[in-house]
Design a protein around this ligand. Sequence first.
Ligand code: GNR
Ligand code: NI
Length: 167
Amino acid sequence: MPILPILQYPDDRLHKVAKKVDSISGEVLKLISDMAETMYAAPGIGLAATQVDVHLQIIVIDVSETHNDLQVLINPELVYSEGENKYEEGCLSVPGIYDLVQRAEKIEIRALNAQGEKFALKAEGILSVCIQHEMDHLKGIVFVEHLSHLKQVRIRSKLKKRLRETF
Ligand code: GNR
Ligand code: NI
């Protein structure tokens, strides 16, 4: 079960828009399994297929402390949101950068699970933050794009400098 490489910001491929999954093939199930392994190994609380350069609407999430509550969201749709909340976010594609992002407080989504069954999910707290962060990835949006232009310029130059130093 291989751990997949995670795209690092800035990378144009993080801005691709993911397409709907039209059948949950063996290939899709293998991808989900590899994404879960990659998320747990990182470690992270969520991972969108976009981050592993697969542009399909697939998200894995586990916000439990015991790391045994994997949730798979395929073709997720936001059906309701209310309120506002600020939370300090980070991203496996933007290592070492953390900042406050304002998002909806409570959301309701519809999605398919790994068995292809439709389900509805109401979320608040960290699960709500994580789902919105991952659904942004599927639209090609990285959390830093919610920050000021100046912060984005600083983050890009910091990460490019760090990349130069590792080669
Ligand atoms: O592991 C992660 N932690 C996190 C913390 C606050 C807000 C969002 C996240 S998601 C992130 C993993 C990731 O980058 N998913 O796309
Ligand atoms: Ni992320």
